[in-house]
Design a protein around this ligand. Structure first.
Ligand code: SF4
Length: 376
């Protein structure tokens, strides 16, 4: 571990000024903010992160959760994951966020980890964390050891021939389904971005995971006002019951009006290079003919969590194991179908959003067994 200069930020301007000296805000940044430090310190010990300056931002006034007059929820960048998961408004109006936070890490880590830190959580790709191995994200141009290596937990959506690393955060999946907005401050002022535009896929620059530039400080996250009758849930499939990252997960948010789904938002975790907003799966939740029939199952499961629904239709109460199978199937169905034209006979609109990148060359493509639409 290299020596570094440790600075306590007096205020936001001080933190931003210091961070502006860095050449990048992405992998390899010379200046890093630290709050909980639950990942940064690990990566510094591994020599994956080697900042010359670390700025402690724990004393900035960014630690509150606040309901705004227009109904939105404002979450400070330094709100700890534990506090956010157990906040009364989050539990009652945004249960998917509480569930996602509690599905992540361990109790000790949730006590330390912050909202902004979780947003910026680096991949868990084992080659990224091992400086003896080639990794385009850590050392651009060195190659990707994962493509023909141990990639069981890595991404199948949004990949490129340079990197297939998964975004590991549970919280980010819930925030994506909730259509969160990220608020950023820098020397020139403030800007805000939909979370879907905050993260970027690796493409030819795998060292870049988001749009942050030197001197950018995430100050808070806002969630749209929750709608009456909205239901939401987070489901996670993993190798063991606790302290483990997702093999596949799904955050589902449904607006229910007069016992009917009015709007469905589905985001997938553990399968994408960024938290993956699946508009195809969301749309298909309305259609019985949908190729994503399991998406409907998930949405039904949400309804099954509602006591009112259970009283009127016991068939809607679906067991957790079945729901998890459905959630995993969503991911697989999405992989197979989202990049191809949907074979619909109903009036489905053109689907916005990025098209997954597929490897070319069968020797490189570990997705073949999972992906019937592989172009190779
Ligand atoms: Fe590095 Fe990405 Fe390849 Fe993992 S998948 S070794 S992070 S380039």
């Amino acid at each position: 571990m290299d020596t570094f200069r440790f600075v306590k930020a007096r205020d936001e301007s001080h933190a931003i000024q210091a961070a502006s000296q860095s050449k990048t805000a992405q992998q390899g940044a010379e200046v890093r903010f630290v709050a909980g430090g639950t990942t940064l310190i690990d990566l510094m010990k591994l020599n994956v992160e080697r900042p010359s300056q670390v700025i402690d931002i724990n004393h900035l006034p960014l630690g509150n959760v606040e309901k705004l007059q227009d109904g939105r929820l404002k979450i400070g960048a330094l709100v700890r994951n534990f506090d956010l998961a157990h906040h009364a408004v989050v539990q009652s109006e945004y249960p998917v966020l509480s569930q996602a936070l509690l599905a992540g890490a361990s109790a000790q880590l949730r006590n330390m980890a912050t909202t902004a830190g979780n947003l910026l959580q680096p991949t868990r790709c084992v080659y990224f964390r091992n400086t003896a191995m080639a990794c385009n994200k850590r050392a651009p141009g060195s190659g990707c050891s994962a493509i023909e290596g141990d990639n069981r937990t890595l991404a199948i959506l949004g990949t490129s021939s340079n990197c297939i690393a998964t975004n590991p955060s549970d919280m980010n999946v819930a925030l994506t389904a909730l259509e969160a907005t990220i608020h950023i401050q820098n020397k020139t002022g403030q800007r805000e971005l939909p979370i879907d535009d905050f993260f970027v896929v690796p493409g030819s620059t795998p060292q870049r995971e988001n749009v942050l530039e030197p001197g950018d400080l995430i100050t808070y996250v806002t969630l749209p006002a929750s709608r009456p009758g909205a239901k939401s849930v987070y489901l996670k499939l993993r190798d063991r019951a606790s302290y483990e990252f997702a093999l596949a997960s799904a955050a589902v948010v449904v607006d229910v009006v007069e016992s009917k789904f009015n709007r469905v938002r589905i985001a997938l975790g553990g399968v994408g290079t960024k938290p993956w907003r699946s508009r195809a799966a969301s749309y298909s939740a309305f259609s019985d003919r949908s190729p994503f029939s399991r998406a409907s199952l998930i949405a039904w499961m949400i309804a099954g969590r509602s006591t009112a629904f259970r009283r009127t239709n016991s068939a809607l109460s679906i067991s957790a194991p079945r729901a998890v199978i459905g959630m995993a199937t969503i991911a697989e169905k999405t992989v197979r179908k989202e990049g191809a034209p949907l074979r619909r006979k109903n009036k489905a609109p053109a689907l916005p959003g990025p098209t997954p990148t597929y490897f070319t060359g069968a020797a490189q493509c570990w997705q073949v067994s999972r992906c019937n639409d592989c172009r190779s």
